[in-house]
Design a protein around this ligand. Structure first.
Ligand code: ZN
Length: 78
């Protein structure tokens, strides 16, 4: 009997099972489509978060550069 991993709870279950005995994840065609849609949504959400965090890092870098610049100007001028 072959085993497969349940996409819902990641426990090993029988490949012939139509329903996960641990989390009741359904392997019916319609439910798999739904599950793929959720995965795709999650992937896009993560990509969005990555884009935002890159922007945030850039902002922090600019602030850091300005602070360093002002500090060195302060020392030279003072
Ligand atoms: Zn499961």
């Amino acid at each position: 009997m072959a085993l497969q991993r349940c996409p819902g709870c990641r426990k090993k279950i029988s490949e012939s099972a139509k329903l996960c005995p641990h989390c009741a994840f359904s392997f019916a065609e319609a439910d798999l489509e739904k599950y793929k849609a959720v995965l795709e949504q999650r992937r896009q959400h993560n990509a969005e978060i990555n884009r935002k965090s890159v922007k945030l890092h850039l902002i922090w870098f600019v602030i850091f550069a300005v602070v360093i610049g002002v500090a060195s100007w302060w020392q030279n001028g003072g």
